[in-house]
Design a protein. Sequence first.
Length: 115
Amino acid sequence: QVQLVESGGGLVQAGGSLRLSCAASGRTFTNYAMAWWRQAPGKEREFVAGITWNSGSTRYADSVKGRFTISRDNAKNTVSLQMNSLKPEDTAVYYCNRDPPTWLWGQGTQVTVSS
């Protein structure tokens, strides 16, 4: 069973940057499209960014387009999310998973953006 571990979250002021990382153990995700999701308090989990297995294509939610960049390192079995120009509305718990999500969710990493 694959285990997903997200890290890199924290508290940052509006306009700041964070880089999230996702590591998978128990199974390689080299052959799978991967993505980041987020869930804000009182809201449903939503798609943030996705990347194909070979990094040939990426897609983003309109709300983060131009500010966030997803990348992956298949040799290290990791997926990253570079988040720039952060806004208070980006505050959420961030998760990684396959795209579409079929694995068990990890604990996520909290991102809090203060105004």
